[in-house]
Design a protein around this ligand. Structure first.
Ligand SMILES: C[S@@+](CC[C@H](N)C(=O)[O-])C[C@H]1O[C@@H](n2cnc3c(N)ncnc32)[C@H](O)[C@@H]1O
Length: 242
């Protein structure tokens, strides 16, 4: 699918709306889309791809289908087994803060929708940079807190406060919410994240844009204040400096 395009955004949005009913279809589509985004900058065939916080492994599998040597690192056993099937061969239970990976050994270090689940995004990013070879790419996409989806399953009520939104979700659905602010979901913002990344001397920013927008994907991520509400999900593609 052409990125950005209205057709792509609508297709992804529709799949996302049916994520609960058809997770395989939704995540396979998302994985294809993310791998396409990586391959616009670096073809992955024959390359080493490290998927950090890769959940049940949809992205790892997609990179392998494209000929990459892809490795899945995921700290949560429940996420690894979420598909009810075996996770990809060789999956490693590991934390993104401290990856069991040699320095400079990955051509692509990939992390989709993980940053908002870590308390210390700077340390997490530093570890992604460490394992990436000079000239290699780092793909980081995350849902920022003020995004309409910032509160995850209790969005958009997070705009009225996390605790209230969480309580509302539990009252309405009768099921415990998966996320708790400050425990497994953190209020990260686009402005500070971009400033931190741009201040680093070990990476250059190849792309900073909305991951899903059908047009103006780069422009929406540029306007301070407004971008926090409109970007929805920030995609950063970084290149490791030599
Ligand atoms: C929303 S899921 C995203 C899964 C997959 N990457 C995707 O885009 O569908 C967030 C993932 O981040 C993982 N995670 C949370 N903290 C982490 C950490 N410190 N290091 C690595 N992964 C982490 C979670 O276990 C979970 O699998």
């Amino acid at each position: 699918m052409k990125d950005p395009s209205l057709r792509r955004s609508v297709t992804l949005f529709r799949a996302f709306m049916r994520e609960r009913q058809e997770p395989e279809r939704c995540y396979a589509l998302l994985a294809r889309d993310a791998a396409d985004q990586v391959e616009r900058h670096l073809p992955v065939n024959g390359k080493v791809v490290v998927d950090v916080g890769g959940g049940a492994g949809y992205f790892t599998e997609e990179f392998r289908r494209r000929g990459a040597q892809a490795f899945l690192f995921e700290p949560d056993l429940r996420e690894l087994g979420a598909r009810g099937a075996k996770p990809p061969e060789g999956a490693v239970v590991a934390d993104g803060y401290l990856l069991p990976v040699a320095t400079g050994s990955a051509d692509v270090t990939f992390s989709s929708n993980v940053l908002e689940h870590v308390a210390d995004p700077q340390t997490f990013l530093s570890e992604l940079v460490r394992v990436t070879r000079p000239g290699g790419l780092i793909y980081v996409a995350f849902t920022n807190w003020l995004s309409p989806w910032g509160g995850h399953e209790w969005a958009p009520w997070h705009y009225l406060g996390a605790e209230r939104a969480r309580a509302r979700y539990e009252r309405r659905t009768g099921t415990p919410a998966k996320h708790t602010l400050g425990v497994n979901l953190y209020a990260h913002h686009i402005g500070p994240t971009l400033r931190q990344v741009r201040a680093r001397e070990d990476v250059t920013v190849v792309s900073a844009r909305s991951r899903y927008w059908p047009f103006l994907a780069e422009s929406v991520a540029k306007v301070p204040g407004v971008r926090e509400f409109t970007t929805w999900n920030l995609l950063l593609i970084l290149r490791r400096c030599p």
